[in-house]
Ligand binder design. Structure first.
Ligand SMILES: *Cc1c(COP(=O)(O)O)cnc(C)c1O
Length: 393
């Protein structure tokens, strides 16, 4: 209640008390996103899995588990974290090109819902380990549909040039092989075409590919119990305050309209960024303002070790000065971190209110692939975390 919120909705007590740099998670935004997902899928045979790699913070993932979502996992560590957070094993999918034996055994021991299998050697190892453990592995074959999601080259996953999945030309052979293996139950097909996708055209193409493949296999008497369309829905990094939620209605409508869903079939989704991206901001303090001949730099105490997306993908994040004493006087700055790498910058030539040593900045839309990608390079500490509203548990 009556706590002071700034113009961007930050609780300033929390912001001022925090030990910078820290992640500020707005649980109201997270809850609104989860409610909207559940509203959109109601009445449809849809299951949404949260991709833990986007943000594995224990509080965040248990909030998400409470909304009844499943989990999409890419390592044994994530399997353990998801179990601890209260996700049901039956609602877990396990993806990744390099699953090791202990990770497969751990997932089999908990009878997770589905392995998303990316190669024939992996298929054979899962079959063998399942046989040794006297169990059956539910699997989906990850198909590389050769669809260009028109996103950054490091976050495109569905074209033939990258390491993920099995090409359509090889799929017949792999499907037959999977059906023949004794300890494998082939449940369906899995796709994931990339990340930060905001245009629906790649998803429409994905639906059309899936429809074609299902026709093809049904002609051979092969029916799939499930189809997993992956994740990748993007968020509005430019306008986080105008669009705190992703366009979930448009996204789910695309599949409702274009995917030919078979009777008794379940459609699975694996969303990461869309669920957690907008609930997180990285709060950082201005250490120095420095002027070179033709540039002004704001040097902050957060670096690429806390949020690597700008350095890794040249990603844009909105930056707000929460405490400037001259909110109406704008200047152009580069906002950079202290790490000894030229790529350690959060923004170039950005208009911001006149900033001074001690000001607090919010780097917005940092809930996904922020804290989860943090490192201790330069022997820095990992960023700390606060939750808003602060009185809720
Ligand atoms: C990373 C990943 C996701 C989630 O991607 P987002 O872009 O965060 O939605 C979903 N499925 C698989 C297999 C992934 O690797």
């Amino acid at each position: 209640m009556d706590k002071e919120l700034d113009r961007y909705g930050f609780e300033m007590d929390l912001v001022r008390k925090g030990n910078t740099p820290f992640y500020y998670y707005n649980l109201d935004v997270l809850h609104a996103t989860l409610n909207e997902i559940n509203r959109q899928i109601e009445g449809w045979p849809f299951t949404v899995h949260y991709a833990l790699k986007a943000n594995g913070n224990p509080r965040i993932i248990s909030e998400i588990a409470n909304y009844g979502l499943g989990a999409d996992l890419v390592s044994g560590g994530e399997v353990k974290a998801a179990l601890e957070a209260g996700f049901k094993a039956q609602e877990m999918t396990f993806s990744g090109v390099g699953k090791t034996d202990w990770e497969i055994r751990l997932a089999l021991a908990h009878e997770i819902g589905c392995f998303n299998v990316e190669s024939i050697p992996e298929l054979e190892v899962i079959d063998q380990l399942a046989g040794e453990m006297d169990t059956t592995a539910n699997i989906a074959i990850r198909v590389n549909p050769d669809i260009d999601a028109h996103t950054h080259k490091y976050i495109t996953t569905g074209t033939s040039e990258n390491k993920f999945g099995i090409g359509i030309e090889a799929l017949d052979q792999v499907v037959k092989h999977a059906i023949d293996l004794p300890d494998i139950d082939l449940r369906g097909l899995h796709f994931h075409i990339g990340s930060q996708i905001t245009q629906m055209q790649p998803y429409i193409m994905l639906c059309e590919t899936i429809n074609r493949l299902q026709d093809h296999y049904e002609n051979q008497g092969i029916r799939f119990k499930m189809i997993n369309v992956g994740g990748g829905l993007g968020i509005d990094y430019q306008h986080p305050d105008d669009h705190p939620l992703p366009d979930l209605e448009q996204y789910f409508n695309t599949f409702k309209q274009h995917l030919n869903i078979r009777p008794n079939q379940r459609i699975h989704f694996e969303l990461g960024r869309a669920i957690v991206g907008q609930c997180g901001s990285l709060i950082t303090r201005v250490v120095y303002v420095k002027e070179n001949r033709d540039k002004k730099f704001i040097i902050v105490d957060a670096g690429m070790t806390d949020l690597i997306r700008p350095a890794l993908y040249e990603a844009y994040h909105e930056i707000q000065n929460l405490t400037s004493r001259q909110m109406d006087h704008m200047e152009t700055y580069d906002v950079v971190g202290p790490v000894c790498e030229s790529s350690d910058a959060f923004a170039h030539d950005r208009m911001l209110p006149t900033s001074r040593r001690g000001d607090l900045l919010a780097i917005r839309s940092a809930g996904a692939y922020g804290e989860s990608m943090a490192s201790t390079y330069n022997m820095r500490s990992l960023p700390s975390v606060v939750f808003f509203p602060s009185d809720k548990h």
